[in-house]
Design a protein around this ligand. Sequence first.
Ligand code: PMP
Length: 406
Amino acid sequence: MSATIQDVTTRVASQPTLARRAKAFEASPWAEAWDLVSRHPDPIYFGNGAPAREAQPLDRLREAGARAWREADGVLDYGEVEGYRPLRELIAARLARRGMPVDPDEVMITNGSQQGIDFVARLMLDPGDQIVVEGPVYIGAMQTFDAYEARYLVVPVDDDGLDVAALDRLLSTTGARPKLIYTVPTFQNPTGITMTRARRESLLSLARERGILVLEDDPYGELYYGASPGAPLAALDPAVVHLGTFSKTIAPGIRVGWTVAPRRLMDLLLMAKEGSDIHTDRIITRTVYHTADGFLDDHIAALRELYRQRRDTLLAGLQRHLPPDLTWSCPGGGFFVWVRLPDGFDADVLLPIAAAHGVAYLPGSWFYPAGQKVHDGFRLSFSSLPIEQIEEGTRRLGEAIAAYIE
Ligand code: PMP
């Protein structure tokens, strides 16, 4: 007698034959802080790193989508693994304007930049391989690296970005041989900090000397609120693999990003893509192309204005309401401010107190690998909150910190 689906499901659940890497999938870190604060009748949640919903260009997407469907003859067949050529050309042209000329054949469309992280990790990491990450590091990247059973070398971020001298010392003293350096050099998630030009150059020369691949994740580079942060890291060295996304400039739900890599790596990345999901949705990539073409520059200019006001409100609120011995980053762009607590303070202990005051953030310890937790900071995201909530949120935060100190 053949087994029913029910039988099979029960059998799988009762026999723990899962791969070792499955432990990386046990829990999602994202929900916890929201769960705490959502018990408050009027919660203010600084944890959401998403773009503002009201900034999603829905009408433009609808029109572009209709056009994509009108052109759909043949588009619903399987297609090119690398993605829609006009979109790759548009991305290459935008990167060239930022000082990073690339061939459209070095651009692969992905399901968000998260998928690019996954493919590069898949290509580079055997279980137990070492990878250099910033401390603190983007949580989503750790979720991916955990799945490949990477071991982390955490290098602190200071006001100039990843501390390359500390990395050099770490590698020299331990003899560690990491394969990959993962960095968000511009408006970093979670600190908002941008790596200086000098640091970028020394990071690249260290990577070249030691034969380590650099993976640059750049979702925020175009969202600056004062001076432009300059060219991406990959503009300084074509060996760097560069990830970008339309998640922050158009909308995250469309899941369209890109990976730029040198040819020899790109050939392998394309096979990783083919083996994973064959290619990205052909209607949505055309929709994104018709949305972006002739529109994205003006849209991004409006986003800069919107987010600059939110950032300024947050920084002013912190100045007004937080005690003088706390410090925080002043990001030139992106979505995040990082608050540093004085010695002896613990952002994990403060979180439930803050939640009881109706405000929540993501504690710094979440942005470190297991066993290397650092508790003296937290991330505030200003991107998705209206001005009034940001103001009120900083006031509540000030009250919560006063209560914690007592
Ligand atoms: N990298 C970083 C640094 C991010 O902040 C995010 C979004 N939170 C991503 C990657 C994932 O973006 P996408 O929606 O393009 O997959």
